[in-house]
Design a protein around this ligand. Structure first.
Ligand code: SF4
Length: 412
């Protein structure tokens, strides 16, 4: 099929559309209760139970914008088929709501068969994490109307890795190789001529393997086998570890990212006789991720009996909040209030086992209990409110009559 010219960009965010979008988004995700608790310093006492919210939690600016654009697309193209590349954000409740609005979900990296179903009449949404270059090009070639909700902070990382490619610097990306954002970033690290190189490291153990290869070389076959799903085509550790620029998925744990860049800088400096000319680093942890991590550290300074982290299990920034919490106090990673099965049992995601499990004895029967709550950047406030109400219910507390009735239904 011959390439179809790309469609003109349409401004979806007109005042009329946005005022209607705003009203609908608020009706789906807003919580007056949460706003009220925030307004009173983030603390609520109900009988013998104290709820303490982190100062920063929940929807970030990038997620709000992505959701606004998805809702706006539905309004501006009421009769068009709208397809989404993967998930708009990593929250199953929000994604279910998007599906309920008649937006169909394709794979984040659709295969040729799915791409072939697209026509110039289709509208295609790119999620907040962005999409791989090859996917965007394939969608454009079908002549679809593209609505790009990629967060500006993600695009800042792309700018850095493109610059690395232009200067023959290998991008070492701290991130999860299967995460949509990291895949999108890696595809930009190839540069326009696809000659650029990248290597994705997940953690400090992988970083140490890279540092050892930088210092004293490596068994190439073993190295390539280990990083087989995390390197650019043609990656050669003997050649492509000479000049390195460290970048990161925007939602990683800052302390880990800093340690990774420190270790790589040290390895290069030692190899190059004290010079760090072959190393570069740009801090690309996004402000929202940082704010939520900082606010959690602050919350953990309070006297808490337990911490609930609310959010999608595949959300990277939410997982890092859990990692921070569980170093200090009993921490439970829950998708929504339904996970609080009873005062005895809780359904929660175990990061170490990588699965949702049922545990017992999560809610201490203390005469006075303080529960800390935080949530990742993809978690709406209505889910926080539901969680608060469920805790109070399980504690046998009278719920303040002013609380909004948090019956959640998918609303068209
Ligand atoms: S978490 Fe950060 S990078 Fe991701 S959408 Fe929010 S602001 Fe953007």
């Amino acid at each position: 099929m011959s390439a179809t010219p790309a469609r003109k960009k349409i401004n979806l965010r007109t005042p009329d559309v946005m005022s209607r979008v705003q009203a609908q988004v608020e009706s789906h995700y807003r919580s007056e209760t949460v706003e009220r608790i925030r307004a009173q310093g983030g603390v609520m006492r109900q009988g013998s139970t104290v709820i303490r919210l982190a100062k920063e939690f929940g929807f970030c600016y990038g997620v709000e914008r992505a959701i606004d654009l998805a809702y706006a697309a539905r309004k501006v193209f009421p009769d068009s088929r709208i397809s989404l590349l993967g998930e708009i954000i990593h929250n199953p409740d929000v994604n279910a709501q998007i599906t309920a609005m008649g937006i169909r979900q394709l794979a984040a990296h659709p295969d040729d068969k799915d791409i072939a179903t697209l026509t110039p009449e289709d509208v295609v949404l790119i999620p907040a994490f962005g999409a791989e270059v090859s996917t965007v090009e394939a969608v454009k070639a079908r002549g679809c109307q593209i609505v790009d909700t990629t967060c500006g902070d993600v695009m800042s990382v792309w700018k850095r890795v493109r610059q690395n490619a232009a200067e023959s610097v290998t991008s070492v990306i701290h991130g999860k190789a299967i995460h949509e954002e990291t895949r999108a970033t890696a595809s930009r690290a190839l540069g326009p001529d696809r000659q650029g190189q990248y290597l994705i490291v997940l953690d400090l153990a992988e970083t140490d393997a890279v540092c050892e290869a930088i210092r004293q070389g490596c068994d190439k076959a073993v190295f390539l086998q280990h990083f087989q799903n995390a390197i650019s085509p043609g990656f050669d550790p003997d050649i492509h570890l000479q000049r390195i620029g460290v970048a990161n998925q925007t939602t990683m744990l800052r302390s880990e990212t800093e340690e990774i860049q420190n270790r790589i800088r040290t390895a290069i400096t030692e190899r190059d006789g004290g010079s760090s000319a072959n190393f570069r680093y740009f801090d690309t942890i996004c402000g929202a991720t940082q704010d939520r991590q900082d606010a959690l550290f602050q919350l953990l300074d309070e006297s808490l009996d337990l911490l609930l982290v609310v959010g999608g299990y595949n959300s990277s920034n939410t997982s890092h909040l859990v990692e921070i919490g569980e170093k200090t106090i009993p921490t439970w990673f829950v998708r929504n209030a339904d996970c609080l099965v009873s005062g005895e049992e809780i359904r929660h995601f175990d990061l170490h086992r990588g699965e949702e499990i049922l545990s017992a004895g999560w809610l201490p029967e203390k005469p006075s209990l303080t529960v800390g709550i935080t949530a990742g950047a993809s978690c709406p406030n209505n889910l926080i409110e539901d969680t608060i109400r469920r805790i109070l219910e399980l504690r046998g507390e009278q719920i303040d009559g002013e609380f909004r009735n948090a019956e959640r239904e998918l609303k068209a």
